[in-house]
Structure formats: structure tokens, C-alpha cells
Design a protein around this ligand. Structure first.
Ligand SMILES: [Zn+2]
Length: 149
């Protein structure tokens, strides 16, 4: 499953850096527009700031993997996958009655930032987690350009 061209974010040094920050009492979160916030910033040493900067995209992806909405979707999608017959892949719909409409996630019904037919970032990330697919560390860039709602 491991692809050297798309290293899994869970194998990244960002995991250790994020765990250390949380252990040391830092608050780590993303703003609505995808900016990484680590507070209190005044307690970050220059060395630690550099280590964070080196893996910033991977940290953003990890923070998104822990998003409540992503975790809820992942659990539903994983149950659907476990219930599906062997060699079959479910449609991964968070809600079963959402119509295909431009500008609305067809899986959960959340608004999309643009008038396209597709999934929101939470559903897109959650089905990868449900299938235990590698989560590329550079996924943050794609999620950022999707203007997180
Ligand atoms: Zn969705």
C-alpha cells in the first residue's frame, strides 16, 4: 500500500511534532481559510518554529484528519465498507438522500465553495481514511485551494 511517491502523512515526522506540541500544552488548529494556528506563539522556540515550518502541510492534513466532521464521516464510511460484500466498494454517502446538485456535496449536503458536483473536503478526506489509503502530506495544498467552508 505504501507508495514512495505519495508518502503517507501518518509516517511523516509531523506526527511526532504535533504530538509534542499537544503534550506541551500548545493549541493547534486551522482557521476557516486554512491558516495553521499554534498558540501561544510566544512559547515557540526558533528551532521548534523551523521544525514546524518544514512539515507545515503535513501538520495541516493531520489536524484535518482529527476534525469532528471528518471523524464522523470516516466512521460511517468504514461501517459501509465493512458491510459491503468482498470486492465491492460502497458509494460512501454520509447521508443517503442528498440529491446531485451543483454547489452541494452529494455525500453530506454541505455547501461547496463553488458550483460544481462533488464531495466536500471532509467527505473526500474521510473516505480515504475509511479505506486506509495513504493520505499524501501535500493534500493540504489541494484542500486549501478548495477554500474550506
Ligand atoms: Zn461532504
Amino acid at each position: 500500500m505504501a507508495n514512495p511517491l505519495a508518502p503517507d502523512v501518518f509516517d511523516s515526522p509531523a506526527v511526532g511534532i504535533l504530538c509534542d506540541l499537544e503534550r506541551d500544552g500548545f493549541r493547534v488548529e486551522l482557521t476557516a481559510d486554512g491558516t495553521l494556528i499554534i498558540a501561544p506563539r510566544s512559547r515557540l522556540t526558533p528551532k521548534r518554529m523551523q521544525a514546524i515550518a518544514d512539515v507545515k502541510d503535513a501538520i495541516k492534513v493531520l489536524v484535518r484528519c482529527c476534525d469532528d466532521g471528518v471523524v464522523a464521516r470516516r466512521d460511517v464510511f468504514r461501517a459501509q465498507l465493512d458491510a459491503a460484500p468482498a470486492a465491492a466498494v460502497p458509494a460512501f454517502l454520509f447521508k443517503s438522500d442528498v440529491p446531485y446538485t451543483r454547489g452541494v456535496c452529494f455525500s453530506c449536503g454541505d455547501r461547496l465553495p463553488e458550483a460544481r458536483v462533488g464531495r466536500c473536503w471532509r467527505c473526500a478526506l474521510a473516505w480515504r481514511l475509511a479505506c486506509r489509503l495513504p493520505i499524501p502530506a501535500d493534500l493540504a495544498t489541494a484542500l486549501d485551494t478548495a477554500k474550506v467552508a
